[in-house]
Design a protein around this ligand. Structure first.
Ligand SMILES: O=C(O)CCC(=O)C(=O)O
Ligand SMILES: [Fe+2]
Length: 371
């Protein structure tokens, strides 16, 4: 899977020379959006301006309202009926929202705190040290830059990101930044365990054997992304992360207390408010495909904020080997005369290639593979 998982659907845009020059100036600083803030920028550069239709239809909620369910995983081990109840809630959330939050997920709160601090340390270390890791070479074990599709995006995001493949070939410790290497590897081990439990519950929610999703390879690869959203002086003009769906099987996301993550439901943006100690879980495009649309991979975004920085870490479960020839299509056990396959069989590489190369037409990449 390519690094551009979370990015806007980057077709090749014809850049005018002025815009190109402005992007190049920004790129050459190798200091990312954080660098602009360090310089004291009060007006955000034009390359970050988004078209106004990104800002319509947000459902206003109080901070404490949770439309997206918060599920207590401690209940899973209590007794059979509690387990069935949790599976039912996961099924409902995955069919309706494509998103839920989990608490008592087995990852100690201290580990979550250490991870957020580690990501923050990375971005807030000496710029000259950080610059050495700024790269667009996706073959590197640790890729830090701002805006994956910097030349093909219609508008840049107010965010810097690093990407690191954790499973199946973990990076060598020395390939990771000193300030966050240990916690990144430790967190990866925890997320892997949590992911395997979630795939069991999701398998059962589909009426399959508990090991089904794991056995077909959904948990073979794990990629981590450490996002840093600096405070933004003009949040109404830009976006932290453009709307997108994730091109993996499943995402486990740690967000800090700032907020700004929203999910699209019936043409409305709904907040996913931060819950202390919780992790956000969402269904990716590949899980929607193999469940024949039963579970939904839903578009989401992060709005920019006057307050910051906001820190989040997204972990994507995907295929282990990037160029595998393994085919994925709707799971046979889920199909019937009334529910024929909606997608053809594809390799993950084929999917990711299409996702990355698709033009900015506002449709889901999944549509391309529909029968
Ligand atoms: O920062 C966040 O909360 C969301 C990031 C995201 O959607 C992604 O990495 O795919
Ligand atoms: Fe995402």
């Amino acid at each position: 899977m390519e690094v551009s998982i979370t990015e806007e659907l980057g077709g090749t845009l014809k850049l005018n020379p002025v815009r190109l020059r402005e992007i190049k100036v920004f790129e050459d600083t190798k200091a990312g959006v954080k660098g602009l803030i360090d310089e004291g920028v009060r007006k955000i550069p034009r390359i970050f301006h988004h078209p106004p239709d990104d800002f319509v239809k947000a459902l206003k909620l109080g901070n404490t309202e949770h439309i997206i369910p918060v599920i207590n995983l401690a209940e899973v081990g209590k007794d059979l009926s509690s387990r069935q109840e949790i599976i039912g809630r996961i099924r409902e959330a995955s069919e309706k929202w494509g998103f839920f939050q989990v608490v008592n997920h087995g990852i100690p709160v201290t580990v979550l705190e250490d991870l957020k601090n580690g990501v923050r340390r990375f971005y807030e270390q000496d710029t000259e040290v950080k610059k050495k890791l700024y790269t667009r070479d996706q073959m590197r074990p640790f890729v830090y830059n701002s805006n994956f599709h910097i030349y093909s995006s219609q508008a840049l995001n107010w965010r810097d990101t690093f990407v690191c493949y954790l499973v199946p070939n973990p990076p060598k410790t020395e390939d990771l930044p000193v300030v966050c290497r240990d916690i990144l590897l430790e967190y990866g081990n925890y997320v892997m365990k949590l992911g395997i439990s979630l795939f069991e519950l999701l398998s059962e929610a589909l009426g399959l054997q508990p090991h089904h999703l794991k056995d077909i390879g959904c948990a073979e690869g794990l990629i981590s992304l450490g996002h840093y959203y600096p405070a933004c002086p003009e949040p109404e003009l830009t976006m932290g992360t453009t709307k997108h769906s994730d091109n993996c099987f499943l995402t486990v996301l740690l967000q800090d207390h700032i907020g700004g993550l929203q999910v699209l439901y019936q043409n409305m943006w709904i907040d996913i408010p931060p819950v202390p100690g919780a992790l956000v879980v969402n269904i990716g495009d590949l899980l929607q495909l193999i469940t024949n649309d039963r579970f939904k991979s839903v578009e989401h975004r992060v709005v920019a904020n006057l307050v910051g920085p906001r820190i989040s870490v997204a972990c994507f479960f995907s295929e282990g080997i990037k160029s595998s020839l393994k085919l994925y299509g709707p799971i046979k056990e889920l199909l019937s005369e009334d529910n024929p396959p909606k997608y053809r069989e594809i390799t993950v590489a084929e999917y990711v290639h299409y996702f990355d190369g698709k033009g900015l037409d506002g449709t889901s990449a999944l549509q391309h593979f529909r029968i």
